[in-house]
Write a protein that binds this ligand. Structure first.
Ligand code: G6P
Length: 612
Protein backbone atom coordinates (compact mmCIF):
# COMPACT_ATOMS: atom_id res chain seq x y z
CA UNK A 1 0.00 0.00 0.00
CA UNK A 2 1.27 3.48 0.87
CA UNK A 3 0.85 6.56 -1.27
CA UNK A 4 3.71 8.38 -2.96
CA UNK A 5 4.01 11.81 -4.53
CA UNK A 6 6.83 13.72 -6.23
CA UNK A 7 6.96 17.24 -7.62
CA UNK A 8 9.67 18.89 -9.66
CA UNK A 9 8.24 22.34 -9.16
CA UNK A 10 8.63 26.03 -9.67
CA UNK A 11 7.37 27.06 -6.22
CA UNK A 12 7.64 25.79 -2.65
CA UNK A 13 6.43 22.18 -2.94
CA UNK A 14 6.06 20.82 0.61
CA UNK A 15 2.49 22.20 1.07
CA UNK A 16 1.55 20.90 -2.40
CA UNK A 17 2.91 17.46 -1.55
CA UNK A 18 0.93 17.34 1.69
CA UNK A 19 -2.19 18.35 -0.25
CA UNK A 20 -1.64 15.52 -2.73
CA UNK A 21 -0.91 13.06 0.11
CA UNK A 22 -4.29 13.87 1.64
CA UNK A 23 -5.83 12.41 -1.49
CA UNK A 24 -3.74 9.28 -1.01
CA UNK A 25 -4.42 8.79 2.68
CA UNK A 26 -6.86 6.01 1.70
CA UNK A 27 -3.73 3.97 0.93
CA UNK A 28 -2.42 4.10 4.49
CA UNK A 29 -2.16 6.46 7.43
CA UNK A 30 0.39 5.01 9.86
CA UNK A 31 2.94 7.80 9.30
CA UNK A 32 3.85 10.38 6.68
CA UNK A 33 6.82 12.37 5.49
CA UNK A 34 8.16 14.78 2.93
CA UNK A 35 11.68 15.53 1.67
CA UNK A 36 12.83 18.46 -0.43
CA UNK A 37 15.99 19.83 -1.94
CA UNK A 38 17.11 22.78 0.21
CA UNK A 39 20.36 24.80 -0.16
CA UNK A 40 22.14 22.13 -2.15
CA UNK A 41 21.12 19.18 0.00
CA UNK A 42 18.18 17.00 1.01
CA UNK A 43 16.10 17.70 4.08
CA UNK A 44 12.96 16.06 5.46
CA UNK A 45 10.14 16.21 7.99
CA UNK A 46 8.37 13.06 9.17
CA UNK A 47 5.65 12.29 11.69
CA UNK A 48 4.01 9.23 13.16
CA UNK A 49 0.26 8.84 12.62
CA UNK A 50 -2.01 10.65 10.25
CA UNK A 51 -1.16 13.51 7.92
CA UNK A 52 -2.43 16.13 10.35
CA UNK A 53 0.63 15.33 12.47
CA UNK A 54 2.96 15.96 9.54
CA UNK A 55 1.10 19.17 8.78
CA UNK A 56 1.61 20.31 12.37
CA UNK A 57 5.31 19.42 12.16
CA UNK A 58 5.69 21.43 8.95
CA UNK A 59 3.83 24.38 10.47
CA UNK A 60 6.35 24.44 13.36
CA UNK A 61 9.33 23.79 11.16
CA UNK A 62 8.63 24.61 7.49
CA UNK A 63 10.50 22.92 4.69
CA UNK A 64 11.34 25.10 1.71
CA UNK A 65 12.45 23.69 -1.64
CA UNK A 66 11.06 23.39 -5.15
CA UNK A 67 11.68 19.69 -5.71
CA UNK A 68 10.26 17.17 -3.28
CA UNK A 69 8.82 13.74 -2.60
CA UNK A 70 6.26 12.64 -0.03
CA UNK A 71 4.75 9.49 1.41
CA UNK A 72 1.82 8.27 3.49
CA UNK A 73 2.54 4.84 4.96
CA UNK A 74 0.78 1.57 5.64
CA UNK A 75 3.37 -0.32 7.64
CA UNK A 76 4.69 -3.61 6.29
CA UNK A 77 8.29 -3.90 7.52
CA UNK A 78 8.89 -2.13 10.82
CA UNK A 79 6.50 -0.58 13.31
CA UNK A 80 4.57 2.58 12.41
CA UNK A 81 7.03 4.91 14.19
CA UNK A 82 8.80 8.00 12.94
CA UNK A 83 12.13 6.30 12.34
CA UNK A 84 10.44 3.97 9.86
CA UNK A 85 8.51 6.76 8.13
CA UNK A 86 9.53 7.63 4.58
CA UNK A 87 11.37 9.34 2.89
CA UNK A 88 14.41 7.21 3.69
CA UNK A 89 17.82 8.76 3.26
CA UNK A 90 21.24 7.53 2.33
CA UNK A 91 24.21 9.63 1.32
CA UNK A 92 22.71 12.21 -1.07
CA UNK A 93 19.64 10.09 -1.84
CA UNK A 94 16.00 10.18 -0.67
CA UNK A 95 13.45 7.47 -1.47
CA UNK A 96 9.73 6.93 -1.04
CA UNK A 97 8.30 3.52 -1.79
CA UNK A 98 4.99 1.72 -2.12
CA UNK A 99 5.24 -2.09 -2.13
CA UNK A 100 7.48 -4.76 -0.65
CA UNK A 101 11.11 -5.48 -1.53
CA UNK A 102 11.18 -9.23 -1.08
CA UNK A 103 14.97 -9.66 -1.21
CA UNK A 104 15.62 -6.83 1.25
CA UNK A 105 17.32 -9.11 3.80
CA UNK A 106 20.04 -10.27 1.46
CA UNK A 107 20.47 -6.72 0.10
CA UNK A 108 20.68 -5.36 3.62
CA UNK A 109 23.38 -7.84 4.60
CA UNK A 110 25.33 -7.03 1.46
CA UNK A 111 25.03 -3.28 2.05
CA UNK A 112 25.96 -3.57 5.73
CA UNK A 113 29.03 -5.55 4.73
CA UNK A 114 29.79 -2.67 2.37
CA UNK A 115 29.73 -0.18 5.24
CA UNK A 116 26.19 1.20 5.00
CA UNK A 117 24.39 1.55 8.30
CA UNK A 118 20.64 1.29 8.58
CA UNK A 119 18.49 3.70 10.54
CA UNK A 120 15.14 1.88 10.13
CA UNK A 121 13.62 -1.59 10.06
CA UNK A 122 12.05 -0.99 6.65
CA UNK A 123 12.66 -2.86 3.41
CA UNK A 124 12.70 0.52 1.63
CA UNK A 125 15.94 1.74 3.15
CA UNK A 126 17.90 -0.77 1.06
CA UNK A 127 16.80 1.13 -2.04
CA UNK A 128 18.24 4.40 -0.73
CA UNK A 129 21.55 2.73 0.11
CA UNK A 130 21.71 0.84 -3.19
CA UNK A 131 21.31 4.08 -5.12
CA UNK A 132 23.88 5.80 -2.90
CA UNK A 133 26.28 2.91 -3.53
CA UNK A 134 25.86 3.40 -7.28
CA UNK A 135 26.68 7.11 -6.89
CA UNK A 136 29.68 6.24 -4.72
CA UNK A 137 30.85 3.85 -7.42
CA UNK A 138 30.84 6.72 -9.93
CA UNK A 139 27.50 6.24 -11.67
CA UNK A 140 25.36 9.27 -12.46
CA UNK A 141 21.87 9.62 -10.96
CA UNK A 142 20.17 7.80 -13.82
CA UNK A 143 22.75 4.99 -13.83
CA UNK A 144 22.63 4.58 -10.05
CA UNK A 145 18.83 4.45 -9.99
CA UNK A 146 18.73 1.98 -12.90
CA UNK A 147 21.37 -0.25 -11.26
CA UNK A 148 19.50 -0.20 -7.94
CA UNK A 149 16.15 -1.03 -9.48
CA UNK A 150 17.65 -3.94 -11.40
CA UNK A 151 18.61 -5.53 -8.04
CA UNK A 152 15.12 -5.38 -6.53
CA UNK A 153 12.73 -8.32 -6.31
CA UNK A 154 9.14 -7.81 -5.24
CA UNK A 155 6.71 -4.99 -5.78
CA UNK A 156 7.52 -1.32 -5.90
CA UNK A 157 6.50 2.11 -7.00
CA UNK A 158 9.41 4.39 -6.19
CA UNK A 159 10.29 8.06 -6.31
CA UNK A 160 13.96 8.88 -5.80
CA UNK A 161 15.61 12.29 -5.28
CA UNK A 162 19.26 13.24 -5.43
CA UNK A 163 21.13 15.68 -3.23
CA UNK A 164 23.38 16.58 -6.14
CA UNK A 165 20.68 17.37 -8.65
CA UNK A 166 17.85 19.79 -7.84
CA UNK A 167 15.10 19.40 -10.40
CA UNK A 168 15.30 15.62 -10.85
CA UNK A 169 13.12 12.76 -9.60
CA UNK A 170 13.47 9.19 -10.82
CA UNK A 171 10.26 7.12 -10.71
CA UNK A 172 10.01 3.35 -11.15
CA UNK A 173 7.17 0.88 -11.12
CA UNK A 174 6.96 -2.88 -10.79
CA UNK A 175 3.54 -3.91 -9.53
CA UNK A 176 1.96 -0.93 -7.75
CA UNK A 177 0.80 1.89 -10.01
CA UNK A 178 2.67 5.10 -10.71
CA UNK A 179 1.34 8.02 -12.72
CA UNK A 180 3.27 10.97 -14.14
CA UNK A 181 1.51 14.32 -14.35
CA UNK A 182 2.46 16.90 -16.96
CA UNK A 183 2.16 20.52 -15.84
CA UNK A 184 3.09 23.72 -17.66
CA UNK A 185 6.13 24.57 -15.62
CA UNK A 186 6.20 21.58 -13.27
CA UNK A 187 6.14 17.78 -13.44
CA UNK A 188 4.53 15.43 -10.96
CA UNK A 189 4.53 11.78 -9.90
CA UNK A 190 1.84 10.09 -7.88
CA UNK A 191 0.31 6.77 -6.93
CA UNK A 192 -2.83 7.78 -8.79
CA UNK A 193 -4.25 10.54 -10.96
CA UNK A 194 -6.57 11.74 -8.19
CA UNK A 195 -3.55 12.73 -6.07
CA UNK A 196 -2.34 14.91 -8.93
CA UNK A 197 -5.77 16.28 -9.80
CA UNK A 198 -5.18 19.73 -8.20
CA UNK A 199 -2.12 20.20 -10.44
CA UNK A 200 -2.91 18.60 -13.80
CA UNK A 201 -5.22 16.27 -15.67
CA UNK A 202 -2.54 15.30 -18.24
CA UNK A 203 -1.45 11.89 -17.04
CA UNK A 204 0.95 9.21 -18.28
CA UNK A 205 0.56 5.82 -16.60
CA UNK A 206 3.83 3.91 -16.36
CA UNK A 207 3.58 0.31 -17.55
CA UNK A 208 4.81 -2.52 -15.36
CA UNK A 209 8.63 -2.49 -15.28
CA UNK A 210 8.91 1.11 -16.53
CA UNK A 211 11.10 3.73 -14.92
CA UNK A 212 11.25 7.42 -15.66
CA UNK A 213 13.59 10.40 -15.44
CA UNK A 214 11.38 13.32 -14.50
CA UNK A 215 12.65 16.89 -14.82
CA UNK A 216 10.87 20.23 -14.65
CA UNK A 217 10.06 20.32 -18.38
CA UNK A 218 10.63 16.76 -19.55
CA UNK A 219 10.14 13.10 -18.86
CA UNK A 220 12.08 10.19 -20.37
CA UNK A 221 10.58 6.73 -19.88
CA UNK A 222 12.43 3.41 -20.14
CA UNK A 223 11.05 -0.11 -20.10
CA UNK A 224 12.34 -2.98 -17.94
CA UNK A 225 15.13 -3.62 -20.49
CA UNK A 226 16.20 0.05 -20.29
CA UNK A 227 14.95 0.79 -23.81
CA UNK A 228 13.48 4.29 -24.21
CA UNK A 229 9.70 4.02 -24.74
CA UNK A 230 6.84 6.39 -25.49
CA UNK A 231 3.78 6.20 -23.24
CA UNK A 232 0.69 8.15 -24.15
CA UNK A 233 -0.74 11.07 -22.20
CA UNK A 234 -4.34 10.51 -21.04
CA UNK A 235 -6.71 13.20 -19.88
CA UNK A 236 -7.76 12.11 -16.40
CA UNK A 237 -11.25 12.63 -15.06
CA UNK A 238 -9.80 12.80 -11.55
CA UNK A 239 -9.65 16.59 -11.65
CA UNK A 240 -13.42 16.83 -11.40
CA UNK A 241 -13.46 14.97 -8.12
CA UNK A 242 -14.34 16.91 -5.00
CA UNK A 243 -13.37 15.06 -1.86
CA UNK A 244 -15.75 16.47 0.67
CA UNK A 245 -17.93 15.08 3.51
CA UNK A 246 -20.73 17.56 2.85
CA UNK A 247 -22.87 17.79 5.98
CA UNK A 248 -22.19 14.20 7.00
CA UNK A 249 -20.09 13.33 10.02
CA UNK A 250 -18.09 10.69 8.15
CA UNK A 251 -17.32 9.85 4.52
CA UNK A 252 -18.82 6.43 5.16
CA UNK A 253 -22.10 8.01 6.21
CA UNK A 254 -22.16 10.18 3.11
CA UNK A 255 -21.32 7.21 0.92
CA UNK A 256 -24.11 5.08 2.42
CA UNK A 257 -26.53 7.91 1.63
CA UNK A 258 -25.25 8.20 -1.95
CA UNK A 259 -26.26 4.61 -2.66
CA UNK A 260 -29.72 5.15 -4.20
CA UNK A 261 -28.21 7.65 -6.63
CA UNK A 262 -25.09 5.70 -7.62
CA UNK A 263 -26.96 2.39 -7.89
CA UNK A 264 -29.29 4.25 -10.26
CA UNK A 265 -26.37 5.65 -12.29
CA UNK A 266 -24.77 2.26 -12.52
CA UNK A 267 -28.02 0.61 -13.51
CA UNK A 268 -28.58 3.18 -16.23
CA UNK A 269 -25.32 2.02 -17.79
CA UNK A 270 -26.50 -1.58 -18.04
CA UNK A 271 -30.25 -1.58 -18.61
CA UNK A 272 -32.69 0.04 -20.98
CA UNK A 273 -35.47 1.14 -18.62
CA UNK A 274 -37.99 1.62 -21.44
CA UNK A 275 -37.41 -1.75 -23.05
CA UNK A 276 -36.86 -3.42 -19.65
CA UNK A 277 -33.87 -5.17 -21.17
CA UNK A 278 -30.21 -5.49 -20.25
CA UNK A 279 -27.83 -3.60 -22.54
CA UNK A 280 -24.32 -4.70 -21.70
CA UNK A 281 -21.96 -1.77 -22.01
CA UNK A 282 -18.49 -3.20 -22.11
CA UNK A 283 -16.02 -0.33 -22.10
CA UNK A 284 -13.08 -2.61 -22.82
CA UNK A 285 -11.80 -3.81 -26.18
CA UNK A 286 -14.83 -3.55 -28.50
CA UNK A 287 -13.26 -5.99 -30.96
CA UNK A 288 -13.13 -8.74 -28.31
CA UNK A 289 -16.44 -8.89 -26.40
CA UNK A 290 -17.40 -11.70 -24.00
CA UNK A 291 -19.33 -14.56 -25.56
CA UNK A 292 -21.60 -15.34 -22.60
CA UNK A 293 -23.67 -17.81 -24.64
CA UNK A 294 -20.75 -20.15 -25.24
CA UNK A 295 -19.09 -19.92 -21.83
CA UNK A 296 -18.33 -23.26 -20.17
CA UNK A 297 -17.47 -21.73 -16.79
CA UNK A 298 -16.95 -18.45 -15.00
CA UNK A 299 -14.29 -17.93 -12.40
CA UNK A 300 -14.45 -14.89 -10.16
CA UNK A 301 -11.55 -13.57 -8.14
CA UNK A 302 -11.46 -10.61 -5.75
CA UNK A 303 -10.55 -9.52 -2.22
CA UNK A 304 -12.45 -8.27 0.80
CA UNK A 305 -15.83 -6.75 0.18
CA UNK A 306 -15.44 -7.10 -3.60
CA UNK A 307 -15.00 -10.86 -3.09
CA UNK A 308 -18.28 -10.94 -1.19
CA UNK A 309 -20.05 -9.14 -4.06
CA UNK A 310 -18.70 -11.88 -6.34
CA UNK A 311 -19.89 -14.54 -3.89
CA UNK A 312 -23.46 -13.14 -4.01
CA UNK A 313 -23.32 -13.25 -7.81
CA UNK A 314 -22.41 -16.95 -7.83
CA UNK A 315 -25.98 -17.63 -6.73
CA UNK A 316 -27.31 -15.33 -9.48
CA UNK A 317 -25.19 -16.69 -12.35
CA UNK A 318 -25.91 -20.30 -11.41
CA UNK A 319 -29.63 -19.75 -10.79
CA UNK A 320 -30.56 -17.39 -13.61
CA UNK A 321 -27.98 -18.29 -16.26
CA UNK A 322 -27.14 -21.91 -15.37
CA UNK A 323 -23.48 -20.92 -15.60
CA UNK A 324 -21.15 -22.76 -13.19
CA UNK A 325 -19.12 -20.33 -11.12
CA UNK A 326 -15.90 -20.80 -9.17
CA UNK A 327 -15.08 -18.03 -6.73
CA UNK A 328 -11.86 -17.46 -4.83
CA UNK A 329 -10.20 -14.88 -2.69
CA UNK A 330 -7.35 -13.62 -4.84
CA UNK A 331 -4.59 -14.28 -2.29
CA UNK A 332 -5.40 -18.00 -2.50
CA UNK A 333 -6.27 -18.15 -6.17
CA UNK A 334 -3.00 -16.62 -7.34
CA UNK A 335 -0.95 -19.52 -5.97
CA UNK A 336 -3.54 -22.31 -6.30
CA UNK A 337 -2.59 -23.31 -9.85
CA UNK A 338 -6.25 -23.81 -10.66
CA UNK A 339 -6.90 -25.58 -13.97
CA UNK A 340 -9.02 -23.27 -16.10
CA UNK A 341 -11.37 -24.45 -18.79
CA UNK A 342 -10.62 -23.42 -22.38
CA UNK A 343 -12.92 -20.62 -23.50
CA UNK A 344 -13.70 -19.66 -19.90
CA UNK A 345 -14.24 -16.18 -18.54
CA UNK A 346 -12.21 -14.85 -15.63
CA UNK A 347 -13.90 -11.97 -13.85
CA UNK A 348 -12.08 -9.70 -11.40
CA UNK A 349 -13.95 -7.36 -9.09
CA UNK A 350 -12.24 -4.41 -7.46
CA UNK A 351 -13.16 -0.95 -6.31
CA UNK A 352 -9.63 0.39 -6.79
CA UNK A 353 -8.57 -1.82 -9.69
CA UNK A 354 -5.14 -1.93 -8.05
CA UNK A 355 -5.32 -4.67 -5.41
CA UNK A 356 -2.07 -6.62 -5.75
CA UNK A 357 -3.48 -10.11 -5.17
CA UNK A 358 -6.37 -9.56 -7.57
CA UNK A 359 -3.97 -8.25 -10.21
CA UNK A 360 -1.76 -11.30 -9.77
CA UNK A 361 -4.83 -13.54 -10.27
CA UNK A 362 -5.65 -11.59 -13.41
CA UNK A 363 -2.16 -12.13 -14.76
CA UNK A 364 -2.39 -15.87 -14.08
CA UNK A 365 -5.68 -16.13 -15.98
CA UNK A 366 -4.41 -13.97 -18.86
CA UNK A 367 -1.35 -16.25 -19.16
CA UNK A 368 -3.75 -19.22 -19.24
CA UNK A 369 -5.54 -17.68 -22.23
CA UNK A 370 -8.80 -16.83 -20.48
CA UNK A 371 -10.99 -13.93 -21.54
CA UNK A 372 -10.37 -11.30 -18.88
CA UNK A 373 -13.20 -9.11 -17.61
CA UNK A 374 -13.15 -6.69 -14.72
CA UNK A 375 -15.69 -4.78 -12.68
CA UNK A 376 -13.86 -1.71 -11.39
CA UNK A 377 -14.75 1.64 -9.92
CA UNK A 378 -11.56 3.40 -11.03
CA UNK A 379 -11.70 3.32 -14.80
CA UNK A 380 -8.07 4.25 -15.39
CA UNK A 381 -6.87 1.53 -13.02
CA UNK A 382 -4.29 -1.13 -13.87
CA UNK A 383 -6.97 -3.84 -13.75
CA UNK A 384 -9.19 -2.04 -16.24
CA UNK A 385 -6.27 -1.45 -18.56
CA UNK A 386 -5.28 -5.13 -18.40
CA UNK A 387 -8.78 -6.47 -19.18
CA UNK A 388 -10.42 -7.41 -22.48
CA UNK A 389 -13.83 -6.45 -21.09
CA UNK A 390 -14.46 -3.72 -18.53
CA UNK A 391 -17.76 -3.24 -16.71
CA UNK A 392 -17.41 -0.08 -14.63
CA UNK A 393 -19.32 0.66 -11.45
CA UNK A 394 -20.40 4.28 -11.37
CA UNK A 395 -20.09 4.73 -7.62
CA UNK A 396 -17.85 7.81 -7.81
CA UNK A 397 -14.83 8.11 -5.52
CA UNK A 398 -15.18 6.09 -2.34
CA UNK A 399 -13.13 7.55 0.50
CA UNK A 400 -14.29 5.62 3.57
CA UNK A 401 -11.95 2.67 3.97
CA UNK A 402 -14.88 0.32 4.57
CA UNK A 403 -16.54 -0.16 1.19
CA UNK A 404 -20.26 0.64 0.99
CA UNK A 405 -21.49 2.20 -2.24
CA UNK A 406 -18.84 0.43 -4.34
CA UNK A 407 -20.21 -2.89 -2.99
CA UNK A 408 -23.84 -2.17 -3.86
CA UNK A 409 -22.79 -0.89 -7.30
CA UNK A 410 -20.73 -4.07 -7.85
CA UNK A 411 -23.86 -6.08 -6.97
CA UNK A 412 -25.86 -3.96 -9.42
CA UNK A 413 -23.44 -4.68 -12.27
CA UNK A 414 -23.27 -8.36 -11.36
CA UNK A 415 -27.06 -8.71 -11.28
CA UNK A 416 -27.23 -7.07 -14.73
CA UNK A 417 -24.50 -9.37 -16.04
CA UNK A 418 -26.25 -12.43 -14.63
CA UNK A 419 -29.51 -11.49 -16.35
CA UNK A 420 -27.72 -10.77 -19.64
CA UNK A 421 -25.91 -14.09 -19.36
CA UNK A 422 -29.20 -15.91 -18.71
CA UNK A 423 -30.73 -14.25 -21.77
CA UNK A 424 -27.78 -15.05 -24.02
CA UNK A 425 -27.70 -18.68 -22.85
CA UNK A 426 -31.43 -19.11 -23.45
CA UNK A 427 -32.40 -19.61 -19.81
CA UNK A 428 -34.26 -16.31 -19.44
CA UNK A 429 -37.08 -15.57 -21.87
CA UNK A 430 -38.13 -12.07 -22.86
CA UNK A 431 -40.92 -11.86 -20.28
CA UNK A 432 -38.63 -12.98 -17.47
CA UNK A 433 -35.93 -10.55 -18.57
CA UNK A 434 -38.46 -7.70 -18.45
CA UNK A 435 -39.60 -8.78 -14.99
CA UNK A 436 -36.08 -9.10 -13.59
CA UNK A 437 -34.94 -5.80 -15.10
CA UNK A 438 -38.10 -4.15 -13.74
CA UNK A 439 -37.26 -5.53 -10.28
CA UNK A 440 -33.66 -4.40 -10.47
CA UNK A 441 -34.75 -0.93 -11.55
CA UNK A 442 -36.54 -0.56 -8.22
CA UNK A 443 -33.35 -1.07 -6.20
CA UNK A 444 -32.62 2.68 -5.78
CA UNK A 445 -36.15 3.26 -4.44
CA UNK A 446 -35.89 0.40 -1.93
CA UNK A 447 -32.43 1.62 -0.89
CA UNK A 448 -33.95 5.06 -0.18
CA UNK A 449 -36.58 3.40 2.03
CA UNK A 450 -33.88 1.39 3.79
CA UNK A 451 -31.96 4.57 4.65
CA UNK A 452 -35.02 5.83 6.51
CA UNK A 453 -34.48 3.11 9.11
CA UNK A 454 -31.35 4.78 10.44
CA UNK A 455 -32.81 5.89 13.79
CA UNK A 456 -34.02 2.41 14.62
CA UNK A 457 -30.67 0.92 13.67
CA UNK A 458 -28.80 3.53 15.71
CA UNK A 459 -30.77 2.41 18.77
CA UNK A 460 -30.15 -1.26 18.05
CA UNK A 461 -26.44 -0.61 17.64
CA UNK A 462 -26.35 0.28 21.38
CA UNK A 463 -26.91 -3.42 22.05
CA UNK A 464 -23.92 -4.43 19.98
CA UNK A 465 -21.49 -1.77 21.20
CA UNK A 466 -19.22 -3.24 23.83
CA UNK A 467 -19.96 -6.88 22.99
CA UNK A 468 -16.97 -9.17 22.57
CA UNK A 469 -18.35 -11.40 19.80
CA UNK A 470 -21.21 -11.29 17.31
CA UNK A 471 -22.47 -13.99 14.95
CA UNK A 472 -24.09 -13.28 11.58
CA UNK A 473 -26.29 -15.83 9.83
CA UNK A 474 -27.87 -15.98 6.38
CA UNK A 475 -28.79 -18.41 3.64
CA UNK A 476 -28.44 -18.19 -0.14
CA UNK A 477 -27.38 -14.67 -1.26
CA UNK A 478 -27.82 -13.54 2.34
CA UNK A 479 -24.99 -15.81 3.43
CA UNK A 480 -22.30 -13.72 1.67
CA UNK A 481 -24.19 -10.65 2.87
CA UNK A 482 -23.90 -12.00 6.43
CA UNK A 483 -20.16 -12.33 5.77
CA UNK A 484 -20.11 -8.72 4.63
CA UNK A 485 -21.95 -7.70 7.81
CA UNK A 486 -19.41 -9.50 9.99
CA UNK A 487 -16.52 -7.99 8.02
CA UNK A 488 -17.95 -4.49 8.37
CA UNK A 489 -18.48 -4.88 12.12
CA UNK A 490 -14.94 -6.21 12.61
CA UNK A 491 -13.21 -3.54 10.56
CA UNK A 492 -15.19 -0.60 11.96
CA UNK A 493 -15.82 -1.43 15.61
CA UNK A 494 -13.05 -4.00 16.27
CA UNK A 495 -15.67 -6.38 17.69
CA UNK A 496 -14.95 -9.96 16.74
CA UNK A 497 -17.67 -11.12 14.34
CA UNK A 498 -18.11 -14.26 12.25
CA UNK A 499 -20.65 -15.23 9.63
CA UNK A 500 -22.04 -18.67 8.94
CA UNK A 501 -24.43 -20.15 6.48
CA UNK A 502 -27.45 -20.49 8.78
CA UNK A 503 -27.70 -24.23 8.17
CA UNK A 504 -24.07 -24.71 9.18
CA UNK A 505 -24.64 -23.31 12.67
CA UNK A 506 -25.37 -26.71 14.15
CA UNK A 507 -22.03 -28.07 12.92
CA UNK A 508 -19.96 -26.14 15.42
CA UNK A 509 -20.63 -22.45 15.92
CA UNK A 510 -23.78 -23.12 17.96
CA UNK A 511 -21.39 -24.10 20.77
CA UNK A 512 -20.56 -20.40 21.07
CA UNK A 513 -24.16 -19.31 21.62
CA UNK A 514 -25.11 -18.20 25.12
CA UNK A 515 -27.06 -15.28 26.56
CA UNK A 516 -24.10 -12.97 25.91
CA UNK A 517 -24.00 -13.67 22.18
CA UNK A 518 -25.82 -11.37 19.75
CA UNK A 519 -26.77 -13.19 16.54
CA UNK A 520 -27.66 -11.03 13.55
CA UNK A 521 -29.91 -12.98 11.18
CA UNK A 522 -30.43 -11.65 7.65
CA UNK A 523 -33.54 -13.34 6.36
CA UNK A 524 -36.09 -11.76 4.05
CA UNK A 525 -39.16 -13.95 3.62
CA UNK A 526 -38.14 -16.17 0.73
CA UNK A 527 -38.30 -19.80 -0.44
CA UNK A 528 -36.06 -20.99 2.36
CA UNK A 529 -37.20 -18.64 5.11
CA UNK A 530 -38.69 -21.48 7.17
CA UNK A 531 -35.31 -23.19 7.29
CA UNK A 532 -33.74 -20.05 8.71
CA UNK A 533 -36.52 -19.77 11.28
CA UNK A 534 -35.56 -23.23 12.54
CA UNK A 535 -31.97 -22.06 12.92
CA UNK A 536 -33.14 -18.97 14.81
CA UNK A 537 -35.10 -21.16 17.18
CA UNK A 538 -31.97 -23.17 17.85
CA UNK A 539 -30.23 -19.91 18.80
CA UNK A 540 -33.16 -18.61 20.89
CA UNK A 541 -33.36 -21.91 22.80
CA UNK A 542 -29.79 -21.32 23.96
CA UNK A 543 -30.40 -17.76 25.07
CA UNK A 544 -28.78 -16.06 22.03
CA UNK A 545 -29.91 -12.48 21.43
CA UNK A 546 -31.31 -12.40 17.93
CA UNK A 547 -31.31 -9.26 15.81
CA UNK A 548 -33.46 -10.14 12.81
CA UNK A 549 -33.35 -8.22 9.55
CA UNK A 550 -36.40 -9.29 7.58
CA UNK A 551 -39.65 -8.02 6.05
CA UNK A 552 -43.17 -7.78 7.48
CA UNK A 553 -44.11 -11.33 6.56
CA UNK A 554 -40.81 -12.67 7.85
CA UNK A 555 -41.31 -10.87 11.18
CA UNK A 556 -44.81 -12.29 11.54
CA UNK A 557 -43.84 -15.85 10.65
CA UNK A 558 -40.79 -15.78 12.85
CA UNK A 559 -43.03 -14.56 15.66
CA UNK A 560 -40.48 -11.87 16.43
CA UNK A 561 -42.05 -8.50 15.86
CA UNK A 562 -39.89 -6.91 18.56
CA UNK A 563 -37.57 -3.95 18.88
CA UNK A 564 -34.75 -6.23 17.81
CA UNK A 565 -36.35 -6.82 14.41
CA UNK A 566 -35.54 -4.51 11.52
CA UNK A 567 -38.52 -4.69 9.20
CA UNK A 568 -37.56 -3.89 5.63
CA UNK A 569 -40.03 -3.07 2.87
CA UNK A 570 -41.28 -6.01 0.79
CA UNK A 571 -39.14 -6.39 -2.29
CA UNK A 572 -38.29 -8.94 -4.99
CA UNK A 573 -35.70 -11.55 -4.06
CA UNK A 574 -33.25 -10.36 -6.73
CA UNK A 575 -32.67 -6.98 -5.09
CA UNK A 576 -32.53 -8.11 -1.46
CA UNK A 577 -28.72 -8.40 -1.24
CA UNK A 578 -28.36 -4.90 -2.67
CA UNK A 579 -30.97 -3.29 -0.42
CA UNK A 580 -30.33 -5.31 2.75
CA UNK A 581 -26.71 -4.12 2.51
CA UNK A 582 -27.94 -0.75 3.80
CA UNK A 583 -29.07 -1.87 7.30
CA UNK A 584 -26.08 -4.20 7.51
CA UNK A 585 -23.70 -1.30 6.83
CA UNK A 586 -25.58 1.02 9.19
CA UNK A 587 -25.53 -1.44 12.05
CA UNK A 588 -21.73 -1.66 11.82
CA UNK A 589 -21.42 2.10 11.32
CA UNK A 590 -23.49 3.05 14.38
CA UNK A 591 -21.87 0.40 16.55
CA UNK A 592 -18.51 1.92 15.66
CA UNK A 593 -19.78 5.46 16.30
CA UNK A 594 -21.07 4.35 19.73
CA UNK A 595 -17.69 2.84 20.47
CA UNK A 596 -15.82 5.93 19.32
CA UNK A 597 -13.57 4.24 16.76
CA UNK A 598 -12.20 5.98 13.68
CA UNK A 599 -14.94 5.09 11.21
CA UNK A 600 -13.37 6.40 8.02
CA UNK A 601 -9.86 5.22 8.78
CA UNK A 602 -10.03 2.17 11.03
CA UNK A 603 -6.81 1.07 12.68
CA UNK A 604 -4.40 -1.14 10.68
CA UNK A 605 -6.45 -0.95 7.48
CA UNK A 606 -6.04 0.78 4.15
CA UNK A 607 -8.39 1.23 1.28
CA UNK A 608 -6.14 0.15 -1.54
CA UNK A 609 -3.98 -2.86 -0.84
CA UNK A 610 -1.15 -2.90 -3.34
CA UNK A 611 1.00 -5.39 -1.44
CA UNK A 612 0.33 -9.08 -0.94
C1 G6P B 1 -9.18 -3.44 1.32
C2 G6P B 1 -10.32 -2.52 1.64
C3 G6P B 1 -11.65 -3.23 1.41
C4 G6P B 1 -11.72 -3.77 -0.01
C5 G6P B 1 -10.51 -4.65 -0.35
C6 G6P B 1 -10.45 -4.95 -1.84
O1 G6P B 1 -9.11 -4.46 2.24
O2 G6P B 1 -10.23 -2.07 2.99
O3 G6P B 1 -12.73 -2.33 1.63
O4 G6P B 1 -12.89 -4.50 -0.17
O5 G6P B 1 -9.30 -3.98 -0.01
O6 G6P B 1 -10.20 -3.76 -2.52
P1 G6P B 1 -10.59 -3.51 -4.02
O7 G6P B 1 -10.11 -2.12 -4.32
O8 G6P B 1 -9.87 -4.56 -4.83
O9 G6P B 1 -12.06 -3.64 -4.14
Amino acid sequence: MCGIVGIVGSRSVAPLIVDALKRLEYRGYDSAGVATFVDGKLDRRRAEGKLVNLEARLADDPLPGKTGIGHTRWATHGAPVEVNAHPHFSDGVAVVHNGIIENFRELREELEADGFSFASQTDTEVVAHLVAKGLRDGLDAKGAAGAAVSRLRGAYALAIMFGGDDGLIVGARHGPPLAIGHGGDEMYLGSDAVALAPFTNQITYLEDGDWAIVRRHSVEIFDADANPVERKIDVSTGAAIVVDKGNHRHFMHKEMYEQPEVIGHTLANYVDFNEQAVVLRDSGDASNPVDFAGLPRLNITACGTAYLAGFVSKYWFERHARLPVDIDVASEFRYREAPLQDGGLSLFISQSGETADTLAGLKYCADEGQHIASIVNVRESTMARASHSVFPTLAGPEIGVASTKAFTCQLTVLASLAIATGVQRGHIDRATEARLVGELSEAPRYATDALKMEEQIRTLAHDLAGKKHVLYLGRDTNYPLAMEGALKLKELSYIHAEAYAAGELKHGPIALVDDEMPVVVIAPHDRIFEKTVSNMQEVAARGGQIILITDQRGAEEAGMETSRTIIMPDMPELVTPIVYSVPVQMLAYHTAVHMGTDVDQPRNLAKSVTVE
